[in-house]
Design a protein around this ligand. Structure first.
Ligand code: GTP
Length: 413
């Protein structure tokens, strides 16, 4: 039975933690493992029977035009449309606003995917559990460390039946280390629950003399899936969790694109993807090189490296665990480790640009250096220039900056 899918892409006021990279490109279109973040969601949707995909956000209409044109050719099995919210409506407000489009053709159920997650999207397994349990909702969950859990939505579930018993978004005290992955399968009836939640909110506003609108996150039409819908849904009987043991992480900060790049590349390598570079004495897989990029045969790349369109990597250069974006240049004998090299950035000969290695499973992208929290990944934004023989370590460098002396643990503005 065919299902619809909605991808929540947010808008320009969101994705602030992805700065400085989101200054030049909307986060959902940022290239990870050689493809825009939301391309990975679409690829996952090809594995199940989906006929219509909607991107829901409040970016300008033009932002996704080229992506939708190209993806419609690449994924002819479904139509892709952008639905624009007239203002940020929250993670559930848009579902309610576009309810007629979503419910058109009376689909039995639909997927909702947060655009900013990197995972293997076990959608088939979620459909299976929905069928087996006749579930109204299925949420994808994963286990994280007890310390990390309170940064996410936490799920308490029945260990045998997998029924969700309790859901709390970012709880103040520990309730569970099973967390919300931002991937959901809902029966169409969820739209009525969302309407009910809207009405309850409106009633509260009208009847509570102490109600303070400044406490609201956004306008009165905002509704949050995590806080306003999932909690009450857990009080009912047919909300289930599918717990993945495969990889999962969020793409929130700009630095988190580096571990996400590694995870998607590793997955592509394991599944024998043909667009990855073949292993050799100078290529340590997985490595993605765009067909228009030029890499000197003496440069050594990998593992976990993506080289973007028209980028150039010179002789004797070393690149590891990094993303090199469109038109960037890495001159001969330069070294780039745990870093993002922005669009059209230039790294001089014998320069060293590096971050600090972190595990792909670590959910924070900061590290402590001399007692100070710094970004683990070094980020050079668009058009940055690093002069020959300069060392840049654990730095975030805003667009158009020129580095002529060594810098460590700094944000260069
Ligand atoms: P926190 O994780 O709570 O800090 O917030 P966040 O804004 O980083 O992400 P959130 O978990 O709220 O968002 C989950 C997904 O929904 C992301 O892909 C966002 O881009 C998207 N999103 C957030 N707010 C909106 C909204 O108002 N409208 C739409 N369409 N998408 C949204």
């Amino acid at each position: 039975m065919s299902t619809k899918a909605l991808i929540l892409v947010g808008g320009s006021q969101r994705g602030t933690r992805f700065r400085p990279l989101s200054l030049d490109q909307p986060k959902p279109l940022f290239d990870v493992a050689g493809h825009p973040i939301i391309w990975h969601c679409l690829t996952a949707l090809t594995k199940i029977e989906v006929k219509e995909v909607f991107l829901i956000g409040y970016y300008d209409e033009s932002v996704f035009r080229d992506f939708i044109r190209d993806s419609s050719k690449e994924f002819p099995q479904f139509t892709i449309k952008y639905l624009r919210e007239y203002e940020p409506l929250g993670t559930a407000g848009g579902l309610y606003h576009f309810r007629d489009v979503i419910l058109k053709g009376s689909p039995k159920r639909f997927f909702v995917l947060n655009a900013d997650v990197c995972c293997s999207f076990p959608l088939k397994e979620m459909l299976q559990i929905a069928d087996d349990r006749e579930a109204e909702a299925v949420i994808l969950g994963t286990r994280v460390s007890n310390e990390a859990a309170s940064n996410f939505g936490c799920i308490v579930s029945d260990p045998t039946t997998k029924r969700v018993l309790h859901y709390v978004e970012k709880p103040e005290s520990h309730i569970s280390n099973l967390i919300n992955c931002g991937v959901y399968l809902f029966g169409s009836s969820i739209i009525f629950k969302i309407r009910k939640a809207m009405e309850i909110k409106a009633d509260r506003r009208a009847s509570d003399p102490l109600y303070d609108p400044s406490e609201e996150d956004g306008s009165e039409n905002v509704l949050r899936l995590e806080q306003d819908i999932l909690g009450p849904l857990a009080e009912e009987k047919n909300f289930y969790v599918y717990e993945t043991r495969d990889f999962w992480r969020q793409i929130k900060t700009a630095g988190s694109a580096v571990p996400a790049n590694a995870l998607y590349l590793q997955k592509a390598y394991q599944s024998g993807a043909e667009d990855l570079a073949a292993a050799s004495t100078t290529i340590i897989p997985p490595v993605y090189i765009h067909p228009t990029a030029t890499v000197d045969p003496t440069a050594k790349l990998g593992p976990n490296v993506s080289i973007g369109p028209r980028a150039h990597v010179g002789a004797g250069a070393r690149v590891k665990d990094s993303i090199v974006l469109e038109d960037a240049e890495i001159k001969h004998d330069a070294c780039v480790l745990y870093s993002i090299v922005g669009w059209n950035a230039r790294i001089g000969a014998w320069a060293r640009v590096e971050g600090t290695p972190i595990s792909v499973n670590q959910h924070s992208t900061t590290v402590l250096k001399n007692g100070v929290k710094v970004q683990s990944v070094t980020i050079l934004a668009k058009d940055c220039v690093v002069h020959d023989e300069i060392r840049v370590q654990n730095c975030v460098c805003l667009p158009y900056k020129e580095l002529k002396k060594d810098v460590v643990n700094e944000v260069i503005m």
